[in-house]
Design a protein around this ligand. Structure first.
Ligand code: F6R
Length: 612
């Protein structure tokens, strides 16, 4: 999704802004632009290419500009064309604006500024803002923003600068798109996301909704948009470090993050489990409130939802609480039925996903307690929840989520155990036995990643099947969400169509897709549905399709049922998903690389989906 960076200070800022945009590239974008205040006024460059192309476009010429803003755009309103790339300038070239989000009333706003005589040069919603501002601007950007702001509907974060105010950027945000200020020594940054300036400063201040922020070299001042005294805002030390945004010797961020999973799982468990005792600090509900939860509703999107589907099995199995997991964007537009004894559990790696945030808001409005599982401290979801459980996976840069998925499942495992413990559904001995197995997961995940036989097979499978036209993923019970996740990973980075079905459902339709050139990935680890899964595999083989099975180490019998077997270490059935998903991530990764694709920046996708 769109990325924003702005700078004001004593340094020539062209390079700083371009570097910042590069740091935001992983979020996904299709065009990029920059505006600098040079001696003779605002100078803008834009391109539908990558930041490297923008860098080439602006050239190596010396720029003395000490005020500037940059943007990466992920198209919503208006196609991927240079003229739709941000920043936008007023017709007199004195004001510049860039924005992340959407103005929902943009049709009216565009019509209004066109009727007032402004020439619109793009198809975007954002351009309307610069013209509205130029209508009211008389030398004070803060005042102009205040006057125009009530006219804006939607969810957005924007920056504005003016040729006549050489040290100032004014910013505001509404709803979920984030903004964060970086305080340097006599210089100030403002960005949509920390990595944009983390190399320069770690002293940060978060921008809150509906305030006007006046950014100058000496810092940032915050006021309520509607008027009133200035707001004191604490300066915090950012906990992320720029090193995490480096590939650390791996060829891609995605591969690095796949290999970081043992650490992500270990850190997520951390001190939360010790010798039979579970501590879920931050959950925001007392033990008695947790014990009296009679229904759990899990909401999320994409990979986060798949983790939630695993969580559903665990919570029902161990805690005996009716649990559902649903797509946030669907759930919020149904008329979902729940009462205050329902726990709504939102899962969002970024904590900024628009649909998940809207579902959380709906749940709270209707009186339910909302707990969020997220990986990003201070994200919008943390402010919209009664309680927060952090995965500790570290910054995830690859657009295709990997380590956050396994960390989310790990956290859901801890939560399910805690609910079971509080409701006396598992004995202390059972909790200890599961806890000990959980503590072994990082080591077991490491074994999967270090297994040369598995690596060789994944390579062979990638070469053998990369050019096939379709992949089917089959699994049962807790293995089914893993198939959904494997199928999503493969389709999003290799662009090969995939589908995932519960094994028992195959004969009700998808079996028609099978022929001798269909690879079928079957999650068939040891479980109470293993024999059922074998029957499904037989049905696949009878149609001459190729079976790639994920199985439990020591289960040699499966070799006669499958063309290729990838073994993962044995653990208890409920923890198997965390191990079984790793070969699926690796298969997706290797196939996409075999096809020569950019796995960190798959086409059309964004890391953080801040629009509905
Ligand atoms: C897929 C992927 C997405 C995200 C989804 C939700 O690899 O990463 O499906 O899981 O966009 O994002 P978060 O978890 O940030 O709410």
């Amino acid at each position: 999704m769109c990325g924003i960076i702005g700078y004001t200070g004593p340094r020539a800022c062209k390079g700083l802004l371009l570097d910042g945009l590069e740091r935001l590239e992983y979020r996904g974008y299709d065009s990029t632009g920059i505006v600098l205040l040079e001696e003779d006024g605002l100078v803008r460059d834009r391109t539908t290419g990558k930041v490297a192309e923008l860098r080439a476009l602006v050239g190596a010429n010396h720029s003395s500009a000490r005020l500037g803003m940059g943007h990466t755009r992920w198209a919503t309103h208006g196609g991927v064309e240079d003229r739709n790339a941000h920043p936008f300038l007023s017709n007199d070239g004195r004001l510049a604006v860039l924005m992340n989000g959407i103005f929902e009333n943009y049709v009216d706003l565009r019509a209004e500024v066109a009727a007032a005589g402004h020439e619109l040069s793009s198809e975007t919603d954002t351009e309307a803002l610069v013209h509205l501002l130029s209508e009211v601007y008389d030398g004070d950007l803060v005042e102009a923003v205040r006057r125009v702001y009530p006219r804006l509907e939607g969810h957005f974060a924007f920056l504005v600068m003016a040729a006549d105010e050489p040290e100032r950027i004014v910013a505001a945000r509404h709803a979920w798109p984030p903004l964060v200020v970086g305080r340097g020594d006599g210089e100030t940054f403002i960005a949509s996301f920390l990595p944009a300036f983390l190399e320069q400063t770690r002293q940060v201040q978060y921008v809150v909704e509906d305030e006007v922020v006046d950014v100058s070299p000496s810092g940032a001042r915050f006021w309520p948009m509607a008027g009133g005294p200035a707001i004191e805002r604490e300066i915090e030390e950012a906990d992320a470090s720029i090193e995490v945004a480096e590939k650390g010797g791996y060829e891609t961020f995605m591969l690095k993050e796949i290999y970081e999973q043992p650490t992500a799982i270990a850190d997520t468990i951390g001190e939360r489990y010790r010798n039979g005792a579970l501590h879920l600090d931050g959950i925001g509900l007392s033990d008695s409130e947790l014990a009296s939860v009679n229904r759990v509703l899990i909401v999320g999107c994409g990979t986060a939802l798949h983790a939630g589907l695993v969580g559903r099995y665990l919570i029902e199995e161990w805690a005996g609480i009716a649990t559902e997991a649903d797509v946030a964007s669907e759930w919020r537009y149904r008329n979902p039925v729940f009462d205050p004894s329902t726990l709504v559990l939102a899962i969002s790696q970024s904590g900024e996903t628009a649909d998940t945030l809207a579902a959380m808001q709906l749940a709270r409005e209707r009186g339910a307690k909302v707990v969020v599982i997220t990986n990003v401290m201070g994200s919008a979801a943390t402010r919209a929840a009664d309680g927060v459980l952090y995965t500790r996976a570290g910054l995830e840069i690859g657009v295709a989520s990997t380590k956050c998925f396994t960390a989310q499942v790990t956290l859901l495992t801890l939560l399910a155990l805690r609910l079971a413990q509080l409701r006396w559904r598992l004995s202390p001995e059972q909790v200890s036995a599961i806890g000990s197995e959980l503590a072994r997961l990082p080591e077991l995940a490491q074994r999967v990643l270090d297994d040369p036989a598995l690596e060789a097979k994944v390579d062979m499978i990638a070469r053998r099947f990369a050019h096939d036209r379709f992949f089917l993923f089959l699994g049962r019970h807790i293995g089914f969400p893993i198939c959904l996740e494997g199928a999503l990973k493969l389709k999003e980075i290799s662009y090969i169509p995939t589908d995932a079905y519960p094994g028992g459902e195959m004969k009700h339709g998808p079996i028609a897709l099978l022929s001798d050139d269909t690879p079928v990935v079957a999650v068939a680890t040891d479980s109470h549905v293993f024999e059922k899964m074998i029957s499904n595999i037989q049905e696949v083989r009878a149609r001459k399709a190729h079976v790639i099975a994920i199985a439990t180490e020591g289960n040699d019998a499966i070799a006669i049922h499958a063309d290729h077997v990838l073994y993962v270490p044995r653990t208890i059935e409920e923890l198997q998903p965390v191990l079984a998903v790793i070969p699926l991530q690796l298969i997706a990764y290797r196939i996409a690389r075999t096809l020569g694709l950019d796995v960190d920046r798959p086409r059309n996708l964004a890391k953080t989906v801040t629009v509905e």
